[in-house]
Unconditional design. Structure first.
Length: 170
């Protein structure tokens, strides 16, 4: 075999090896539960922490997966931005630390949408105020955790989360 062919063969093998290493290190998970391991690593949590997928909101080939993390006496929330691949796997793009509306009502701005995760058993409805009056979304404790996408119609001035008595939760 000529020396130039040997060098070419070595280069091809190196390129293939590099491609395999890159592909194996991509943040891809086959299931929602496996996606939950990415926040575990980011937060450096022990295996004692319980991570539960609370649900997902999808838009086209992207998904926002919500996770509830129980670690000792505290509850944390994380939202994970993923691209859904053709085989159903998830390619993890970004992990969000959501903003708190209250302790168990959190949200992130994702793809120009305000996506809420409601996990407060006292919350029974959402009211948004428009120039035409109020619009209301009701749900029960059995619906929790509840994902709410706030895409206000024109003229909306805000939304409130209400308990069963109709009082605003703060």
């Amino acid at each position: 075999m000529k020396k130039s062919h040997k060098i070419l063969l070595i280069l091809v093998i190196l390129v293939i090896a590099a491609a395999v290493i890159v592909i194996l290190n991509l943040p891809i998970a086959k299931t929602q539960e496996a996606v939950g391991e990415f926040p575990r690593k980011e937060l450096e949590l022990s295996q004692d922490a319980v991570i539960t997928c609370a649900g997902e909101y999808t838009a086209d080939d992207h998904a926002l997966l919500w996770f509830i993390i129980q670690n000792q006496d505290m509850t944390l929330y994380r939202a994970v931005d993923c691209r859904v691949l053709n085989n159903g796997s998830y390619w993890v793009k970004k992990i969000y630390k959501p903003r708190e509306y209250t302790r168990d009502i959190v949200h992130v701005v994702w793809n120009a949408r305000d996506v809420y995760l409601i996990n407060d058993p006292n919350c029974g409805s959402i009211v948004y105020h428009t120039s035409y009056g109020e619009e209301k979304t009701e749900f029960s404790a059995e619906d929790l955790p509840y994902i709410f996408v706030y895409s206000p119609p024109f003229g909306t001035t805000g939304c409130d989360f209400l308990d069963a008595a109709g009082s605003i939760i703060r």
